[in-house]
Design a binder for this molecule. Sequence first.
Ligand SMILES: [Zn+2]
Ligand SMILES: [Zn+2]
Length: 395
Amino acid sequence: MGNFRIPVIVLLLALLISGIDLWQERPRLSLPLPPDGRDRSVGAIHVHSIYSDGGGTIQDIRDAARRAGLDFVIITDHSTIQPFLNGKQGYAESVLVLIGEEVNTSAGHLLALGVDRHVHQRGPTGLQAVIDTIRAAGGLGIAAHPDGRRPWLDWSVARLQGLEILNADSEWRNDDLFELVRALVWYSVFPDASFNSLMDRPEAVLRRWDALSRQGRVVGIGSVDAHARLPLWGNRFLPFPSYERLFRLLRTYVITSRPLTGSATTDRATILDALRAGHCYIAVDGYERASRFTFEAMNGGTTAGMGDSLAYRPGSRLRIRAGSSGRVLIRLVRDGVTVAETIADEMDYPVTATGVYRAEVYQLRRRLPLWRETPRPWVFSNPIWVTHGFPLSRE
Ligand SMILES: [Zn+2]
Ligand SMILES: [Zn+2]
């Protein structure tokens, strides 16, 4: 008995310390902020149902979306738009359910949003044709989990419209064993903190995105890639992580040109138009709701938002507002290089050079071993192009 006492005490102590550390990843209550005159809708993109390899029905997904407080959810089953053909697109109470599909291509998985018919790649050289078909149909083609288990392989392809910057299903796979065990051990006590702790800055994807953005607009989105299906044995599975858990964790906010109306046809167009134009940002809302984030560029009388371009003039400025109730770090990136950083809720930056600007916001949380404030990824904006007066080359 005595032989076991010391190892057990050490183990319990290690467990306790890891719990104290993990507790720092807990959600922050967002303060009710006054309206700022912008129309935002928040949604979860890239969800699998029983129509492919997901664990839940469309009904399960829209109930989870409603409980999580989403305005829209985009379901993208593998190689099928059957839910659309079965009339599942439209409003279910307050949640707009949109049906897209996840297309298997020779370069990897491609989300096709807003097409309303099945598309697939014909033959080994048909990749460009799929991308062009989606685009010609008024849809949006987005490379899924570009740095995940099944990465995107062909960057020479033209007119790719978007990129998943954060993919919740890829995120936990790059964590080390300690982080995974800690999250698992504490999940029942701190479920939000456990999931937050697995999110990391997606270094490689951001580098790729910055390079692509210099040639034109490639919209960045956050994707849940939710399956709610952890395979066990035979046909058995656990509905884990649940749809609701992921819908609370990682969301895409779109800034729309008008408020949603409650008409599915109108609102579908409003949301897809905003996404296509890059009027959106990605947030790890598991930390805090990023519902008051703004990033804008101004030159005298003109204001440009995310996804847009602004002609450079002396006196041009960029303004970032995090909208957090706690301490955050704002980072401004130009052409892939950090040009300014501040620990504050706002950054006002005088523009001195043209380029592709985007913002990152980090929640500051004290973490072991030194209990220092550590930046944890919270918001990634889409870029603003400050140009010499030329419009975007790609759109
Ligand atoms: Zn996939
Ligand atoms: Zn998927």
